[in-house]
Ligand binder design. Structure first.
Ligand code: SAM
Length: 262
């Protein structure tokens, strides 16, 4: 008799720290027959899978070879058809730049309903760790989660006016290597050059770093910082409240790069 079809769970692993997993995500990982995990998911979280669980690194770090999306899709399908509970584990929240829509649609076309388990996205983790709000009464009435990269990795030509609203906090994902270009485009659309702008590397992890700057200096400051981990850019008045410990950034302060306090 062919095995009963298994199921696929698209699970958010959160930004890195294992204690930011949701209880539902933890239960999913502990019940996995196969775990397909992205490069941003740390070993501590992968280690929560049960003995005997098939663990497969499915890649996706900028600039490094990774498993193609088609291969990942087919692999999930094959494993589910073997009757396994497949956990597709992604950094942050699967529905935010996590391709959960594409993967769920592929599985549905092949007769498998995927369930999504949400996770803490990088913007929330960065805000919590460095003590700034993403919205703030009277200053930041909107939060825009955006990427300025197209599917091919190029900087997008359109959509910039939507990010230029002075009352919006803009959280830019995958923006490390195009911070200067993004800042230039935002200023050209009318965002003030003095707008507070920060970069957070490795949010929620012990090695997290905060770079405090302003929009017109962001590109140079990020390039100078030599970041190697995942970096989130946050632009807007609310970002002025970001700080390590008691330190507070003041307007006109030189760019500052600090490590998270323990
Ligand atoms: C493909 S997107 C995935 C986003 C993820 N689904 C989320 O909700 O956070 C990868 C980008 O997310 C951001 N990112 C993910 N984890 C991060 C972290 N711990 N610290 C800073 N940025 C992070 C970076 O901008 C990185 O380039």
């Amino acid at each position: 008799m062919p095995p009963e079809t298994g199921q696929v769970l698209l699970v958010g692993a959160g930004p890195g720290a294992a204690d930011l997993l949701t209880v539902r995500a933890l239960r999913a990982i502990e019940g996995a027959g196969a775990l397909l995990y992205d490069a941003l998911v740390g070993e501590e979280i992968v280690a929560l899978a049960p003995p005997g669980c098939l663990r497969i690194q499915a890649g996706k770090r900028a600039g490094r070879a990774s498993m193609g999306q088609q291969t990942i899709n087919r692999l999930m399908l094959r494993l589910a058809r073997r009757g396994l509970t497949v956990v597709r584990l992604k950094g942050g929240d699967p529905s935010i730049f996590g391709r959960s829509g594409e993967e769920a649609a592929f599985l549905r076309r092949h007769g498998i309903e995927a369930q999504v388990v949400p996770g803490v996205t990088a913007a929330c983790a960065a805000a919590a760790q460095f003590g700034f709000p993403l919205t703030h009464r009277g200053e930041a009435r909107r939060l825009v989660l955006a990427t300025v990269r197209t599917g091919d990795g190029e900087v997008t030509g359109g959509g910039w006016p939507a990010l230029a609203d002075p009352e919006a906090t803009v959280a830019l994902y995958m923006g490390r290597d195009c911070a200067g270009e993004a800042a230039r485009r935002l200023i050209a659309e009318g965002r003030a050059p003095s707008t507070p702008a920060i970069a957070v590397e490795n949010a929620s992890r012990p090695q997290a770093r905060l770079l405090s700057s302003r929009l017109d200096r962001l590109g140079a400051a990020v390039a100078h910082a030599g970041f190697t981990g995942p970096v989130l850019l946050v632009i807007g008045e609310a970002a002025a409240r970001a700080a390590v410990g008691d330190a507070r950034r003041t307007d006109g302060h030189p760019d500052r790069l600090e490590r998270a306090s323990a």
